[in-house]
Design a binder for this molecule. Structure first.
Ligand code: BES
Ligand code: MN
Ligand code: ZN
Length: 496
């Protein structure tokens, strides 16, 4: 979808040619002398409309307004959340109209956060999955113009929001694909295509190369599937090569049957979304390609299926991870941490300024936080604060969870260095404690997006989260990342 930012007040909006005009009316709304103002004032006076959140009024062929359809949407206090909800409702109400060109008039006092919210809400609401439908229908909206008083003021926020929206759409599109399409091989191809389109470096490793790296834990998970595993490495360079990169790691389980510890049948189809972390890393790179911020970013995606055939790994099996730590598998359904741990060890070679892994890791996180906030775990308070703030700004929020060492005690094994599961209690945290064992060499954070990466039920589908959070985080990190410490021979390593 095409987004543009334009200087237009209500008077200009009335004359603008488009298929539908959405007017966000906040509590601070003041009437002007134009046709849009007259429509709003009339509706308010008649009691047919209020500037309150949730209120919506559609009008057709209003006097003096060029757009045939007008939707008034109550924006309450004009906060980002209210703008997001109002745009969502307005765009949803236009779904059957086949409108191609949309003009959205933001309240006069709209700030950057309102601009971001309007862009993300429009993109989110108008997205329609068509990839595997025989008759692709419903993708009508092509061009969206945001009318604001001073476009220059909002240009940076707008450009970032537009790039994030494209990244979110890309992530949703990939994650929504059925598991017989979105195989590890396909994810590798998507990464390659992205790299070609945007000038990223890209390597896609197969079983032989991964074996050579000693990723025994990752390889164990792939054993029960006929689909060959892939390990994807994407590199975006926007700053000097000497600058330490941020490494993003995405869980790429393209189908999680549970393996020998097989899952129950109901809703097992949703385990195609178990590559949501991987899709979010790809989507974030899509946004980096548009935005080209001044920093370096590496994306790592370990990808395979978790299936139960005769060659599958079993409860009781012990494997040696790339880090050298041996792992006793007590439950083959706790496979995400087994593929991530080797990627986290691989990340060390980049001497990263921070590593953030994204994974649909635990059902326990869904129980803890539901579908509203992603679980955030971090060994570094600054990194945690930055990610949390980015989530708030992007309306893609997360919530910090604890990592006390006591939570790791249940992972003890009589036969290996560590077991892959602890008890049922605090399952999201014990999973994070498992990962933490592999992250000692850099500041690390983990986002458990099991509850937020997709929706179930009638609205079943990928959300593209946490691409919004990650893009906001990376944009905010430009220039802030310390250079890789250059240690010349004979000099002391500078303190961190
Ligand atoms: N992919 C699942 C996590 C998941 C479960 C995401 C439900 C969304 C909804 C993960 O691989 C898994 O199966 N985790 C197990 C861990 C358990 C065996 C310790 C879980 O959460 O049940
Ligand atoms: Mn699993
Ligand atoms: Zn899984």
């Amino acid at each position: 979808m095409d987004f543009e930012l334009k200087t237009l007040g209500p008077a200009g909006a009335a004359g603008e040619k488009c298929d539908a005009l959405v007017v966000l009316v906040g509590e601070l709304w003041r009437p002007g002398k134009d046709a849009v103002s007259a429509l709003v004032a009339g509706a308010l006076k008649a009691g047919d409309f209020e500037p309150k959140p949730g209120r919506l009024l559609q009008a057709y062929r209003s006097a003096g307004i060029a757009a045939p359809r007008v939707v008034l949407a109550g924006a309450g206090d004009g906060s980002a959340r209210r703008i997001h909800a109002a745009v969502q409702a307005a765009v949803a109400s236009l779904r059957t109209s086949k409108a191609k060109r949309l003009l959205i008039v933001l309240p006069a006092n709209a700030g950057d956060e309102a601009v971001r919210a309007a862009v993300s809400a429009t993109a989110e609401t108008s997205y329609v999955y068509v990839a595997t439908k025989s008759k692709p229908e419903g993708r009508e909206l092509q061009r969206v113009t945001l009318a604001v008083a001073d476009p220059k003021k909002h240009q940076a926020a707008f450009t970032a929001a537009r790039a994030a929206a494209n990244g979110i759409e890309f992530a949703r599109e990939v994650a929504n694909l059925p598991p017989n399409h979105a195989t590890p091989t396909r994810l590798g191809e998507e990464a390659r295509k992205l790299a070609k389109a945007h000038g990223f470096q890209c390597e896609v490793l197969g079983p032989k190369e991964v074996a050579k790296l000693g990723m025994g834990s990752f390889m164990a998970v792939a054993k029960g599937s006929d689909e060959p595993l892939r390990f994807i490495v994407l590199k975006y360079q926007g700053a000097a090569a000497s600058q330490a990169p941020v490494v993003l790691v995405g869980k790429g389980i393209t189908f999680d049957s549970g393996g020998i510890s097989i899952k129950p049948s109901p809703e097992m189809d949703e385990m195609k979304f178990d590559m949501g972390g991987a899709a979010s890393v790809l989507g974030t790179f899509r946004a980096l390609g548009d935005l080209r911020p001044a920093l370096n970013v590496v994306g790592l995606i370990p990808s395979c299926e978790n299936m139960p055939d005769g060659g599958a790994f079993k409860p009781g099996d012990i494997f040696t991870s790339m880090s050298g730590q041996t792992i006793e598998v007590l439950n083959t359904d706790a496979e995400g941490r087994l593929i991530l741990c080797d990627a986290l060890t691989y990340a060390e070679r980049f001497k990263p300024s921070a590593v953030v892994d994204v994974a649909t890791l635990t059902g326990a996180c869904v129980i803890a936080l539901g579908g509203v906030r992603s679980g955030l775990f971090a060994s570094d308070d600054t990194l945690a604060a930055d990610l949390q703030a980015a989530g708030e700004a992007a309306l893609d929020p997360c919530w910090r969870m604890p990592l006390d060492d006591e939570y790791g005690e249940g992972l003890k094994s009589n036969f290996a260095d560590v077991a892959n599961v602890a008890g049922r209690q605090g399952g999201a945290i014990t999973a994070a404690k498992f990962l933490q064992r592999f992250t000692g060499k850099y500041p690390w954070a983990h986002l458990d997006v099991a509850g937020t990466a997709w929706k179930s039920g009638a609205a079943k589908g990928s959300t593209g989260r946490p691409v919004g959070l990650l893009v906001q985080f990376l944009v905010g990190r430009q220039g802030a990342a310390p250079a890789k410490a250059k240690v010349a021979k004979g000099t002391r390593k500078p303190a961190a």
